[in-house]
Ligand binder design. Structure first.
Ligand SMILES: [Zn+2]
Length: 367
């Protein structure tokens, strides 16, 4: 679901050289909003039903939109060129010069979400040019979720995780409850563990013009950039509506900025400084995530969490066998309700146990 302006410019110049472009998909259906081309009739009909509906819904949400006719290519492998598919995790891209969107066939719900996201890229008019790419991506995701009704819990959890890591840290609360009391409602927090790859100034993320289609831009950085953009776009829209964001873009243009400055975006989003920003993101990360999202976050960071939780357990003087035998261990993101119970046989449970045993062995040799 990424558009890369830098990549697209190269693409446009190559087009003039008439290199081997992918042929248009076989089935074509004309709609009020443009042409849909797809490899099979079923997919073509579904997408042709989605296109005018989504364009209408997005025009209601947006201001300053373009109204050039749009072409949508649904492809089994998303590509502009014959015989060179893009990475399989790219659901689509938008090509402004061609007014064309390419999306992957995938399943109906995802395809509709990709289409809505890419449509936002194409619909943004001239006045939006100073919008930083990170925030544009955030706006696309936010509006796509709104007009499609797609269950975006996982996508939002990923964005919030990325945003927290981009500016500061992702904090987890660890609780340990004696099993014989496990039926009691809550256990006290036994400690906190946090993940961080070092704070970075917001400008680092907002100044980026690459996307994941650029080989120099790694996937972790993409998750962080898009997280920052999503949080800013969503909060600015919640506070001042779409016109608040558009006004910033026009003002930046009038005042000769290439992009809307980071401090303007922070202020419009209601963040006063980096510490307030961090607090809000921490809280939000917790409340927006459900237990399956917490489980996914935990699974993605097993080694770092195991090391820190082992430190915590060691500091409490717990023997490895006691940890899972007598205690129930659970993790939450921030201070939020949804908790993930760590099972002894889970990857995190095994990793914690191994670390505690290794440390005990080292301690006994040292004696
Ligand atoms: Zn995008």
């Amino acid at each position: 679901m990424n558009v890369a302006r830098s990549v697209l410019l190269v693409v446009a110049s190559l087009l003039l050289g008439a290199c081997a472009l992918a042929p248009p998909p076989e089935i074509a259906i004309t709609t009020d909003a443009g042409i849909v081309r797809a490899p099979r009739e079923g997919v073509a009909l579904e997408t042709a039903a989605d296109l005018p509906r989504l364009v209408d819904a997005l025009r209601v949400e947006l201001v300053d939109t373009r109204d050039d006719p749009i072409e949508v290519w649904v492809q089994d492998e998303v590509t502009l060129y014959r015989g060179s598919a893009m990475s399989s995790d790219i659901g689509g891209f938008a090509h402004r010069e061609l007014d064309r969107i390419h999306i992957a066939t995938s399943n109906r719900a995802e395809r509709t979400l990709y289409l809505a996201h890419e449509l936002v890229h194409l619909l943004l008019g001239e006045g939006w040019q100073t919008l930083p790419l990170a925030v544009e991506e955030g706006l696309c995701d936010h509006l796509a979720l709104r007009v499609t009704g797609y269950d975006g819990a996982r996508l939002i959890a990923r964005h919030l995780t990325g945003a927290a890591l981009a500016v500061d840290e992702l904090r987890f609360t660890v609780r340990m409850i004696p099993k014989r009391h496990a039926r009691q409602r809550a256990g006290a927090s036994w400690g906190q563990v946090s993940l961080s790859d070092g704070p970075r100034p917001l400008d680092d993320w907002l100044g980026r013009s690459e996307s994941v289609t650029d080989a120099a831009f790694d996937a972790d950085a993409s998750v962080r950039m898009r997280g920052v953009g999503y949080v800013l776009a969503r909060r600015i829209l919640a506070r001042g509506g779409i016109s608040a964001l558009h006004d910033l873009c026009r003002r930046a243009d009038v005042e000769g900025h290439e992009r809307v400055p980071a401090e303007w975006l922070l202020k419009a989003a209601g963040f006063d400084g980096s510490s307030a920003l961090t607090d809000v993101w921490r809280g939000w990360t917790g409340t927006a995530a459900g237990s399956r999202d917490v489980a996914a976050m935990v699974a993605a960071h097993v080694d770092v969490l195991a090391e820190q939780i082992a430190n915590l357990l060691e500091a409490k003087g717990l023997a490895p066998d006691a940890v899972f035998h007598d205690l129930a261990l659970s993790i939450a993101v921030g201070d939020a309700r949804p908790r993930h119970t760590v099972d002894r046989a889970s990857p995190l449970g095994i990793a914690i146990h191994e670390r505690l045993e290794a440390r005990q062995l080292i301690a006994s040799i040292g004696r």
